[in-house]
Design a binder for this molecule. Structure first.
Ligand code: GSH
Length: 207
């Protein structure tokens, strides 16, 4: 299997974490989104990362790929079996990919991606707005949802992968969860990012 996409992408990181959790070894091509590579373009109709190619089967979108991996490599499961737990895990996958990602990525875009990768100025006012206005209500929500080691039930799942992945980009931008204001969230994020699967994914090639 080939995984396309730089490990700087929170969406690519979802795939790398899942593969590490499942003990699946894959080739990694750390290209950027909209790379002209023909095999990547064939796997990703919109040019977004991640995408995979597995024995001639091509697929894009992190959530679609996670479901594919779950069926192909069922253990350890990252999709809960029971209906309520599965529904909740999928909610967190979607929440992580949409509302949370949209705000969590802002500091990374303006402090790392634009100035250091694209050679363009960042917008520090946008960063401040994300950190002081947009993210706190989302952190309040997550703080209220954390009742144990994992977000859903008593096992690591897609919920943990998708919610936590973007917090590494927040750290790369020099920001973090205030442990005085959100103690459960800060401890949870730190514990998840210290898991061997996250450590391996974070250490994967960026380009
Ligand atoms: N829903 C997609 C989103 C993937 C995505 O937006 N990836 C970003 C990089 S972090 C990208 O490729 N952006 C380029 C674009 O939106 O055109 C997924 O879950 O894989």
């Amino acid at each position: 299997m080939i995984v396309y996409g730089t490990s700087l992408s929170p969406f690519v990181r979802k795939i790398l974490v899942a593969l590490a959790e499942k003990g699946v070894v894959a080739e990694h091509n750390p290209l950027r989104f909209h790379d002209p590579d023909a095999d990547f373009q064939a796997a990703s109709p919109l040019g977004k990362i991640p995408a995979i190619e597995d024995d001639g089967f091509r697929l894009a979108d992190s959530s679609a790929i996670l479901w594919y991996l779950e069926r192909k490599h069922p253990t350890p499961a990252i999709m809960p079996a029971e209906a309520p737990a599965l529904g909740r895990a999928i909610w967190f996958d979607k929440f992580g990919d949409t509302e949370l990602f949209g705000k969590l990525i802002v500091p990374f875009v303006h402090r790392v991606f634009r100035p250091k990768i694209m050679g363009k100025p960042g917008d520090e006012a946008a960063v401040e707005r994300a950190l002081t206005e947009d993210l706190p209500p989302l952190f309040d929500y997550l703080e209220s949802e954390i009742a144990g080691e994992y977000l859903v039930g008593t096992r690591f799942s897609v919920a943990d992968i998708s919610v936590v992945t973007g917090f590494h980009n927040l750290a790369l931008a020099g920001a973090s969860v205030d442990s005085g204001r959100w103690p459960k969230l800060a401890a949870y994020v730190a514990a998840m990012l210290a898991r061997p699967s996250f450590v391996q994914a974070i250490g994967a090639r960026t380009g």
